[in-house]
Design a protein around this ligand. Structure first.
Ligand code: PEP
Ligand code: MN
Length: 678
């Protein structure tokens, strides 16, 4: 038998061969970049990336590796090679700016989020990089202005706390340009000297933004005094220097590692998805290759006249430039007038953008172009996902919705209780976005998952199966409307955490049912889509509550509801403000007893005629038996449904709810293949 030392040696060898392979890969990428530079092709081939990820995922799984782990590693590898390609093009277009040693400034101390962003952005450059921390944003940008550092890495906005006003104001005032951007995920941790219980902590230090982003966690620690400091890493350094176990800081685990402290609690921010965007600032503009998707940032002030801002936006519209951000700030010394900060997709090296900027000048009283730079936050720059099915291959032909005729006039619809839902009100199909999935367009959407979330293991393998076989949204009930009070009622919020975690690990948005109006807010914070179940279709207080939030809703048809009553129920959501409603036909009660309910497939074309809202079908609850799910699913899509929702389970016989209607993973895989072939 091998000793532990032998095994460790073996691990060392394996790791070294991983590094050798990465170095070989890098060399090959360099050759690709050189070749690409000579043709007019795009730098990024998303299609290829998606296929590559799907291939690595498949191969990894066959080798017994976890799919999420493999996807994550290859995403990092792809991102790194994309950066290399951009850096190469940057250097070849701006030879005089690619010095041997570059100095990069950031605000804060080592280990701060800004330092992390700087390292992420400049780490892949061939050059040697010197990093230097500054006490304030002003000092940082002054260093860039004076040439003390070549680049400054300046945080500009956070996806939960919003824009950093001081950064916007300084960029307007100083003669500086934006030459790049960087995005880093913010994962706040509570960091302390040793692994002490939270009850022993007395004082917590951090940057005010970080404290604000963790306000809910901090509210639960009312015995602690909270203190603001210049940056998160400095807060960690203070805890270390004080050597006092009753002190803690909120910072990244990077900062904890950097200063040798322990993470007492992870993920303490109010919102899980928390990103900060940084801009890379320099004294001179940098010219970017037009093949790299870029963003352009500018600041303008309009004349104080009616429609002035609209005229500016119209210039962008006229040149087909997609605006990605609009922010306003007070105009200095001119009370009640504003600067508008605009980002749009486009590169100032492009003729069309140059013309747009020229046209804009005629509409403004002040214009400052901050620069064009490779975009990281736009659609074209998002990381690829493993490909689910080949592009252009349409899964089904949705039945075209007829134009509203006389019968469907607004007046008639209003009499029936639905105006906003009617096709007369909105003639184009509505598209509802759930994460990155669009429901209501040409692509069929598959929602699948267990009836109930039962355990960590059960939902994890269900999530992997949905992802693996090409599903788009993961379903799972945690609050269950059960006919018998003695039946399993769901895992509640604990189950919701498991569902959300599984969705995240597999890149799938999640949908789950809410039964009580009081739970809506909390569930909506975590779930990507809220389901209102058949039994609650006419629970008007629940409808009103869900209508008030900004989350897509899956409204299921009540088993005793007519199509018009179904639409009138959807109107409660729309009238309360929430327009992101997807309708779900799931079977109605008839005299027939051969199936659990009777799937009313006629409802699909009728709904498509009467409403612009997307329509999906749940054959599982309608049939109540797995044997009928495949044919009913295919029939639903042929009738014009935008998607289907089916229940799956690793061992249907052992399911805690709705076992008889659940598909095994193999049967689900077969169904997915049949849908793809349609
Ligand atoms: C469900 O989707 O888990 C469910 C209970 O469905 P319905 O409300 O359609 O019965
Ligand atoms: Mn069910």
């Amino acid at each position: 038998m091998s000793s532990i030392d032998d095994l460790r040696k073996k691990l060392d060898e394996i790791d070294h061969s991983i590094l050798d392979a990465l170095a070989r890969r890098r060399k090959a990428v360099e050759e690709v970049v050189r070749l690409k530079d000579q043709d007019a092709d795009f730098v990024r081939d998303l299609d290829r990336e998606e296929n590559l990820l799907a291939d690595r995922l498949d191969r990894g799984r066959r080798l017994g590796l976890d799919g999420w782990f493999v996807t994550r590693i290859f995403r990092e590898i792809l991102e790194n090679s994309l950066r290399m390609q951009k850096d190469f093009l940057l250097a070849s277009r701006n030879p005089d700016q690619s010095g041997e040693i570059i100095s990069v400034g950031y605000q804060g101390t080592e280990g701060a989020y800004s330092h992390e962003a700087a390292r992420k952005h400049f780490g892949s450059r061939g050059a040697e990089v010197l990093y230097r921390g500054y006490d304030s944003f002003r000092e940082l940008l002054e260093a860039a202005e004076s040439g003390e550092c070549d680049y400054a890495v300046q945080p500009i906005e956070n996806t939960t706390a919003g824009s950093i006003n001081e950064a916007y104001d300084l960029l307007n005032r100083m003669p500086l340009f934006i030459v790049g951007e960087e995005v880093i995920p913010i994962e706040h941790c509570l960091v302390g000297l040793a692994d002490v219980p939270l009850a022993r902590i007395r004082r917590i230090f951090s940057h005010p933004q970080a404290l604000a982003q963790c306000s809910e966690f901090l509210a639960g620690l009312s015995h602690c005094k909270v203190e603001s400091h210049a940056d998160t890493a400095m807060a960690v350094a203070m805890v270390r220097d004080a050597g006092d176990e009753s002190l803690a800081a909120i910072a990244s685990d990077d900062a904890a590692r950097h200063y040798g402290l322990s993470v007492l609690r992870r993920d303490v921010a109010n919102q899980r998805e928390n990103f900060t965007r940084f801009v890379i600032v320099a004294k001179e503009v940098i010219d970017h290759d037009v093949r790299i998707p870029c963003k352009t940032s500018l600041i303008l002030a309009t004349g104080h006249k009616e429609g002035a801002l609209m005229n500016c936006l119209n210039v962008l519209h006229h040149h087909k430039l997609n605006m990605t951000k609009l922010e306003s700030r007070p105009r200095l010394n001119v009370p009640w007038e504003y600067y508008f900060y605009i980002d749009f997709e486009g590169n100032a090296s492009d003729k069309n953008v140059q013309q747009a900027l020229h046209d804009l000048t005629a509409e403004v009283s002040y214009l400052k172009v901050l620069g064009s730079y490779p975009a990281l936050t736009t659609e074209s720059a998002r990381p690829a996902s493993p490909k689910k099915r080949s592009k252009g291959e349409k899964t089904t032909v949705s039945a075209p919705a007829p134009k509203p005729g006389k019968v469907h006039s607004i007046e008639l619809a209003e009499k029936k209780g639905y105006k906003l839902a009617s096709r007369a009100y909105r003639s184009d199909d509505s598209i509802v976005r759930v994460g990155e999935v669009a429901i209501g367009g040409d692509d069929v959407v598959i929602m699948a998952g267990p009836c109930s979330v039962e355990s960590e293991e059960q939902i994890r393998i269900c999530g992997e199966a949905v992802q693996k076989h090409g599903g788009h949204i993961l379903r799972g009930g945690v609050f269950k409307p059960r006919t018998s009070t003695y039946s399993f009622q769901g895992l509640g919020f604990e189950g919701l955490d498991l569902l959300v975690e599984t969705g995240r690990n597999n890149g799938l948005p999640v949908v789950t049912e809410v039964m009580h109006p009081a739970d809506v807010g909390r569930v909506a914070q975590l779930a990507d889509m809220i389901q209102i179940g058949a039994r609650n279709m006419q629970n008007f207080s629940l409808l009103r509550e869900v209508g008030r939030i900004d989350r897509p809703v899956l409204l299921k048809r009540g088993a005793m509801a007519s199509i018009d009553e179904f639409l009138a129920a959807s109107e409660y959501l729309l009238a309360a403000g929430n327009q992101q409603v997807v309708l779900c036909e799931r079977g109605i009660r008839t005299f027939e007893t051969a199936t659990r309910f009777t799937l009313d497939l006629s409802a699909v074309p009728v709904l498509r005629e009467r409403t612009h809202l997307p329509v999906i079908v749940d054959p599982s609850h309608a049939a109540g038996a797995w044997q009928y799910i495949t044919s009913l699913s295919l029939a639903a899509l042929a009738a014009g449904a935008h998607g289907i929702m089916v229940e799956i389970h690793p061992e249907p016989a052992k399911a805690l709810s709705d076992g008889p209607q659940a598909l095994t993973f193999d049967r689900f895989a077969e169904l997915m293949k049949m849908i793809e072939r349609t």
